[in-house]
Write a protein that binds this ligand. Structure first.
Ligand code: ADP
Ligand code: ADP
Length: 220
């Protein structure tokens, strides 16, 4: 079963996707990480996307949908982290899944918005891998240094307060409607986790969900 991680910026989606990748062999597909790699490499997609990302706005749907199509061709179950983010993207994803005879369930990271700014302003990122830390909630062993590679960590330019405000407004206006989209009474495919809990607790909640799913399907 493919998983769609849904929730506002700072809810903990990337943190948990990396843990589930290690523990259950999912492949994390983070649209933000793919876009930032394109910006670093100066590809045509990166050049088009950069202005939107710098200002905290969503990148236009056509660009994102075109970028995602080949990603879903690869074998194995994925965690979609940061996609879909609009109803148009969700409809395009449903169409892609249908064509590829795959399915996906959405996991909502339910969180009080009051914690998000503190989580994002305290976030430190290892650019090459997308691994993140938090200055208080999940500090690296050495300040400013990635535990695994020893390389320097950065603060993302869009993790500053004024850009965070725009990103949260974009979430409320364009992404939050997806909660109802996936919680459709005719075809419910949404579960939620309490993402206000500490990181390890959220991992435990997800592990339960994923293990339940695995045993129901009788697959390893
Ligand atoms: P998202 O991918 O949803 O934007 P991240 O996983 O990058 O969010 O988490 C945002 C920041 O909050 C990171 O600095 C991360 O270390 C921290 N964080 C993640 N989950 C929790 C949690 N449950 N409690 C406290 N801090 C968290
Ligand atoms: P966060 O983990 O904090 O939620 P992301 O790394 O997912 O942030 O996204 C960073 C930026 O990349 C967004 O503000 C947006 O500009 C762009 N982006 C990422 N995913 C999408 C998407 N599915 N649709 C449109 N824009 C996206």
């Amino acid at each position: 079963m493919n998983l769609i991680f849904l929730g506002p910026p700072g809810a903990g989606k990337g943190t948990q996707a990396k843990v589930l990748e290690q523990r259950f062999g999912y492949r994390q597909v983070s649209t933000g990480d793919i876009l930032r790699a394109n910006v670093r490499e100066g590809t045509p997609l990166g050049v088009e996307a950069k202005g939107y990302m710098d200002s905290g706005k969503l990148v236009p749907d056509e660009l994102i949908i075109r970028m995602m199509e080949p990603v879903l061709d690869a074998a194995g179950d994925v965690i979609l982290d940061g996609f879909p983010r609009t109803t148009t993207q969700a409809e395009a994803l449903d169409e892609l899944l249908r064509r590829k005879r795959k399915s996906a369930a959405a996991v909502l990271f339910a969180v009080d918005p009051s914690v998000l700014t503190e989580r994002l302003t305290g976030r430190w990122t290892h650019a090459a891998s997308g691994r993140t830390y938090h200055v208080r909630h999940n500090p690296p062993k050495l300040p400013g240094i990635d535990d695994q590679t020893g390389e320097p960590l950065i603060q993302r330019p869009d993790d500053k307060e004024e850009t965070i405000r725009t990103r949260l407004a974009e979430y409320d206006a364009l992404t939050a409607p997806l909660i109802a989209y996936y919680d459709d009474p005719a075809d419910p495919r949404l579960v939620s986790v309490d993402a206000l809990a500490p990181i390890d607790d959220v991992t435990a909640q997800l592990t339960k969900l994923v293990s339940g799913n695995v045993s129901r399907n009788g697959a390893a």
